[in-house]
Design a protein around this ligand. Structure first.
Ligand SMILES: Cc1ncc(COP(=O)(O)O)c(C=O)c1O
Length: 412
């Protein structure tokens, strides 16, 4: 007989907490104190952000790294630095954090949604191709959850249609595609260092590129449109002060020392769990594409097909938490269905184009299905421990499946 669900008074699979995030220690303390005592707290005077920019870029196969205050800004500056113009169309996935699409509007450009693949949860290249119009100028593939998007097909489409490719690698620090690091695959890469991310200083972002011209423009835009050799109060392009501070640079440098080992651990544990969960009827962990040579598992995501599993998502999530496994349903809206897009609450942006846009009518069936019914997320810190942690997670799912009848009887 299946052991009783914790939700119904049984013994939980796990009571110990998982690895807490963020992880920090003496290296962070040393660098922070050194920065404090130096009195050089800004990017213009201290060494930390500059060191971080070159180390992070090099780790991601790039010559240039331009750090900014967050990963939304790194996307928006990338669009503008590349010379895109007002009302240009930019193809984005509907299943991603708000910023991937909202920054397009904030750059006065038009987000066009192309659906994701139901197995990899990344942009479906066929849907991208169908979304291309004569006004399309760029694609922003998200390496969702830490698995690189299908860059072979997306880059081929971009080449054919002369499109800019900005990788949104906010989930994908240290991930690789055919052994090439993300951030170096498109024209520009964008990363976030917000609190939940695999590399964090609380907030922060960076643009990576191997294109010297784009790098120079991003650098200028990072710092009020200034240019090398120019006067201090000489400004060449529209921009503001978007620089990251030295305290964040200090933390990021220390965190970067830990990234390689942490990424290996997450990748090993994530792959292990995916193999075990795939054996349970109705569970579909993110399919690992053959070209994904390293997954950073910012999220471990799966689809739960309630009919095949035998119990609905809400009950499963509730029961899983009671078994000691933190989890969530992830995004509740496909982006076109977000109130901002549905209501075209664009503020001063897109004054003319907005009249002909109708996001309320946009349907992305795969993304819609995942948001509405099937998405299940486990966060990256769960994957920083030992194999025994994966055993607990797998055991909890197995226990829920064995008790699926009881899960259906739970009060709503
Ligand atoms: C896919 C994706 N893109 C962009 C961002 C924006 O990053 P930030 O929160 O640093 O602005 C995030 C972060 O939350 C994200 O998950």
């Amino acid at each position: 007989m299946a052991s009783k669900l914790a939700l119904l008074g049984g013994k939980p699979v796990r009571t110990a907490p998982f690895t807490a995030w963020p992880i920090f220690g003496q290296t962070e303390e040393k660098r922070l104190l050194r920065t404090l005592r130096s009195g050089k707290w800004g990017r213009l005077h201290g060494p930390e952000v500059a060191e971080f920019e070159s180390r992070f870029a090099a780790m991601h196969g790039c010559q240039h790294g331009i750090a900014v205050v967050n990963g939304s800004l790194s996307l928006r500056l990338s669009l503008i630095a590349a010379g895109l113009r007002a009302e240009d169309e930019v193809i984005v996935p509907p299943y991603t954090f708000f910023a991937t699409a909202s920054v397009v509007v904030e750059a006065n450009m038009i987000p066009v949604f192309a659906d994701i693949d139901l197995e990899t949860f990344n942009l479906d290249p066929q849907a991208v191709e169908a979304a291309i119009t004569p006004r399309t100028r760029a694609i922003i593939p998200v390496h969702f959850a830490g698995q690189p998007a299908d860059m072979t097909r997306l880059l081929a489409l971009a080449k054919k249609h002369k499109l800019l490719v900005i990788e949104d690698a906010a989930h994908a620090h240290g991930a690789s595609f055919k052994h090439k690091p993300v951030g170096s695959l498109g024209h520009l890469g964008s990363f976030s260092f917000q609190s939940s991310k695999n590399l964090t200083a609380g907030e922060g972002g960076i643009i990576t590129t191997n294109d010297g011209k784009l790098a120079a423009m991003c650098r200028s835009m990072q710092t009020c449109g200034r240019v090398p050799g120019g006067l201090w109060y000489e400004h060449h392009v529209i921009s503001s002060n978007h620089r990251l501070g030295e305290f964040q640079g200090a933390v990021l440098n220390a965190q970067l020392d830990r990234l390689e080992a942490q990424t290996k651990t997450r990748d090993r544990n994530g792959a292990d769990l995916a193999a075990r969960l795939a054996k349970i009827p109705g569970l579909f962990p993110q399919k690992r594409a053959a070209d994904c040579t390293r997954h950073s598992y910012h999220l471990f995501m799966l689809r739960l097909d309630a009919a095949k599993f035998g119990a609905p998502r809400t009950a499963v999530l509730k029961a899983l938490r009671a078994e000691g496994i933190p989890c969530s349903a992830g995004y509740g809206f496909s982006l076109p269905q977000q109130p901002m897009f549905r209501n075209k609450a664009f503020g001063p942006y897109l004054p003319k184009a907005s009249a002909r846009l109708d996001y309320a009518k946009v349907r992305c069936p795969n993304s819609d299905l995942i948001c509405r019914e099937q998405g299940v997320w486990l966060e990256q810190n769960l994957f920083l421990g030992r194999k025994a942690d994966m055993d607990d997670i797998a055991e909890a799912f197995e226990k829920l499946h064995a008790n699926r009848a009881a899960l259906n009887d739970l009060p709503a």
